[in-house]
Design a protein around this ligand. Sequence first.
Ligand code: PLP
Length: 379
Amino acid sequence: MATLPKKTVNVPFADLSYPTGAVKKTYIAAVKKFLDGGNFILSKEVEEFEKKWAKYCGADFALGLSSGGDAIYVALKILDVGKGDEVITQGNAYNATVTAIMRTGAKPRFADIDPETLTINPEKILPLINEKTKVILPVHLYGLVADMERISKIAEQNKLFIVEDCAQAHGAKREGKKAGIWSEIAAWSFYPTKNLGAFGEAGAITTKSEKYFQRGVALRNLGQEGKNNHKYFGFNMRLDGLEAIALSLKLPFLNDWTEKRIEAAEFYDELIDEVFDGEVAAPPKISSAKHIYHLYAITLKKGLDRNLIQKNLSKQAVQTAVHYPVPVYKQPFFAEKTDKCPITEDLCSRILSLPIFFGITRKQQKYVVESLRNSIPII
Ligand SMILES: *Cc1c(COP(=O)(O)O)cnc(C)c1O
């Protein structure tokens, strides 16, 4: 393999300086204009971004919201999910995915994942379906779209809704179809580190249904249909105008940033293939999927000490993270431990996210893999 760098190279887990730099000037100019406009809440900038985001996703409607977790909550509320209902998701979801379900009063149920893809296993959804089940909520983890063809069939046969958690899947595809168009409603996060990120909190839902969209418009704005006509029990979950400006300015770069991320991931794949002999596995490759590598999560061989490996990497100035070390249903706050997902639990203990971001250099990546090699005992 190519010679690896010997000197220490700092590799942060994520670095937002490139995507921020790309829009900094135009953003500051746009903020000045926004301030002069004096119209701060649900201003035209929000609607402009919503139109652009719907178009990007191939959806008919997009609704800007306050965060990704709120987007999941609003999606479920639009579908009238509440107390007495069950929503099937996966244990290796983000905490916000599960708490959004719980906020509606519904009960989250956990289907185990497919060990090959780390996304929800359609076969494991079936046994959880009962008369209370209302929604299947797959998470397109790390940027790989779940097996939506099979999940769609299951939903159709059992008359269930699908809500996709697309927080890590901006522009990802499976079977040629984009993330977010497989479901009644898709939820997006624009948290700053996401593939498309704002400069603060932001999220959205997308849908093909005008009825769902209109209900969302009311729900995010205190349930109002027209001024002071509070048709629904609503809340304030509006997208902020300044975040909408940032998102509109960044969106034209998203495809390019995504391609660069994929190239970086493929370079990691090559390096891992050259350097390791089964100690670590690169992320899955599904021929029909366009993985957009929001995260580049490797799987460590059973028996390796992840904490120690992370510490060793940190000593070499390489920052890593784990998404997620414990299934949500095993977190202290989660009281009712009904579902057990052995494959999820095993993989949660062995995954490790390597640094990936727009702007990471080949030199940094070589150094990461070299440092990883140095951090793992040869078995
Ligand atoms: C980031 C994320 C969320 C929540 O998004 P916020 O904007 O932080 O609320 C939900 N689900 C997944 C899978 C995420 O990665």
